[in-house]
Design a protein around this ligand. Structure first.
Ligand code: NAP
Length: 541
């Protein structure tokens, strides 16, 4: 990193925004090198996603042991996961443990909301303006702002008028919410809603789910990890992480190399039954490789899953409403569920398809559709996020000539490697749009991005560079390449946060090329090649 002589507390060699999974590891790496660094975090503690999302049922869909950091053998050895897919409290405990173990919190500033970041061309530094009125400066700004950290409320008249308890799942209170005997509305049927609905169906008085578009969900099959099993996992961490390195998504699951047509119908069905009965994302990313690439195989598998929904939901009309008709299986993020479909078999759970009876407004007492006014004690907004670019847009980031990043990205992100943006020198967008991390098992992706960025900063320090910026050619080429990767699968055909759609954000009603779809191994290779070529595509001065 560029040399900096100042020790004043408002000036640092590097500033990181965000103390989530990415910020924690980046901080660790820089402290190892003796860098003067501070982390600015809006929350009252570390953890990012796992600090905020405290809603009942929140847990990850990655196998716990593939989600933890891989950088410290000691950490791997001492941490015991209690479940194959750990819940939010355990994951937050884990991240706090990492922070304590490596004594990181003294380099973190909590309750510290960044309002704007402005690049000064004369000094090649960023000025970071905070909500508390302070301004910090740094030559190098690293964003670790998360990809699902800008929650969005639905644009429905009357939201503010509601008099009962109302929660967006991201801003769930720290104290548990008591649902006993209460009438609860859940708005949304994405991965978050699917978790909460399955979890609270038997704890509420009544629950009404307001669904706009159903998703293809599949069972998580979570279970406890015994002491013996955990010992086995610890003994095989090298193989687990090696396996994650081989797969496109950085998970232990990778595509079956056979093509759908090459397998007899009998064997195909047996394989699909096995996938459906297996824990985790195998059903999505461990399938025949053409299921997510070609219409025919995708339709066949979608029909297989539709039948599963029909088998699990007692009322045929409800089952049909829960089966997606606008997109094929796996072309949006597949929510993994526990007792989700069975929730609709309960007398106290009701489904409202808002295509049939649209929501007209939120009233002081509840939700009014075209058919009736429903009264509720609690409304849960599981309405998602202004994903990937939203957290950047919520900070006013101004680069060379006062250009705003949000203006540059108005029609979708434009980046080099998802890590740098022309016109915004010395800004490294860790886990930024179009990077490898956003489409992978997150910690696996970000460890690579952080290691690469750390080497890049060392390269700057060794060469006494004070400014780095991607070249226009490199940015154009990468952004075009990211667009190309949308042709590798059916993903680009569906509308979700993966493809930049959000009906609650102005202008987010068309395809935005948010994600690099070339797979983690190719992204890793590309990063290594760029570094080996002396950071090809970057201009230093
Ligand atoms: P989401 O997938 O974007 O779902 C938002 C839901 O709200 C959708 O059903 C959407 O309907 C609905 N909605 C939004 N605005 C609406 C409106 N104005 N009127 C009616 N319905 C509206 O968000 P999410 O469920 O929070 O999940 C986001 C991502 O977070 C996931 O895909 C996943 O990557 C991550 N996540 C991970 C885990 C895990 O690791 N296990 C758990 C939860 C979430 P439409 O579909 O019609 O837009």
């Amino acid at each position: 990193m560029p040399n900096s002589s100042s020790n004043e507390s408002d000036q640092h060699e590097v500033i990181i925004i965000g103390a989530g999974v990415t910020g924690i590891y980046q901080l660790y790496r820089l402290l190892e090198l003796g860098v003067d660094v501070t982390v600015l975090e809006a929350g009252a503690g570390p953890g990012g996603t796992w600090y905020w999302n405290r809603y009942p049922g929140a847990r990850f869909d990655s196998e716990s042991y593939s989600y933890g950091y891989s950088f410290s053998k000691e950490l791997l050895e001492e941490w015991n996961w209690s479940e194959h897919f750990a819940g939010q409290p355990e994951t937050l405990r884990y991240l706090n443990h990492v922070v304590d173990k490596f004594d990181l919190s003294k380099h973190m500033q909590f309750n510290c909301k960044v309002e704007s970041s402005v690049f000064d061309e004369d000094s090649n530094t960023w000025g970071i303006h905070l909500a508390d009125g302070r301004t910090l400066t740094t030559p190098v700004l690293l964003t670790a702002v998360g990809m699902l950290s800008a929650p969005t409320m639905p644009i429905i008249p009357g939201v503010e008028s509601y008099q009962g308890e109302a929660y967006h799942t991201y801003y769930w209170p720290q104290e548990p919410v008591d649902f006993t005997g209460k009438k609860v509305a859940v708005l949304g049927t994405g991965a978050t809603a699917v978790q909460i609905i399955g979890e609270i169906a038997d704890k509420v008085g009544e629950m009404t789910v307001f669904q706009r578009r159903p998703n293809w969900c599949a069972p998580l099959h979570n279970s406890k990890i015994s002491d013996e099993e955990m010992a086995g996992i610890k003994a095989s961490y090298d193989e687990i992480f090696a396996r994650c390195k081989e797969t496109p998504g950085g998970f232990i699951h990778g595509p079956d190399r056979r093509k759908f047509e090459e397998v007899s119908e009998e064997d195909r069905l047996a394989f699909w039954e096995e996938l459906y009965a297996s824990p985790g994302f195998g059903v999505w990313i461990g399938n025949f490789r053409d299921v997510l690439v070609e219409e025919g195989p995708n339709e066949a598998f979608s029909e297989f899953i539709a039948d599963k929904i029909r088998q699990r939901v007692d009322d045929p009309a409800t089952a049909e409403k829960l089966i997606p008709k606008d997109h094929g299986f796996g072309t949006r993020r597949v929510p993994l569920e526990t007792r989700y479909y069975e929730a609709y078999n309960r007398d106290n759970v009701h489904l409202v398809d808002i295509n049939e009876t649209p929501i007209e407004c939120i009233t002081p007492a509840g939700i009014k559709t075209s058919a009736e006014e429903h009264e509720f004690d609690v409304i849960v907004y599981a309405t998602g996020f202004d994903a990937i670019t939203g957290a950047f847009d919520r900070i006013e980031i101004k680069g060379v000539g006062g250009q705003k990043l949000s203006d540059k990205w108005m029609d979708g992100p434009i980046t080099y490697l998802g890590l740098q943006v022309v016109g915004f020198p010395n800004l490294i967008t860790l886990a930024g749009p179009q990077g490898g991390s956003v489409s992978t098992n997150f910690p696996r992706g970000i460890e690579e991005a952080v290691d690469w960025a750390t080497d890049l900063l060392l390269h700057m320090r060794e060469n006494d560079y004070s400014r780095i910026e991607a070249s226009q050619v490199a940015e154009d080429e990468w952004t075009a390449h990211v667009k190309e990767t949308y042709k590798y699968s059916l993903l680009g055909n569906s509308q979700s946060w993966f493809t930049g759609y959000n009906s609650n954000v102005a202008g987010h009603d068309k395809l935005r090329y948010m994600i690099y779809n070339g797979g983690a191994p190719r992204f890793r290779q590309r990063l290594a090649q760029v570094a080996a070529d002396g950071y090809a595509g970057f201009d230093f001065s």
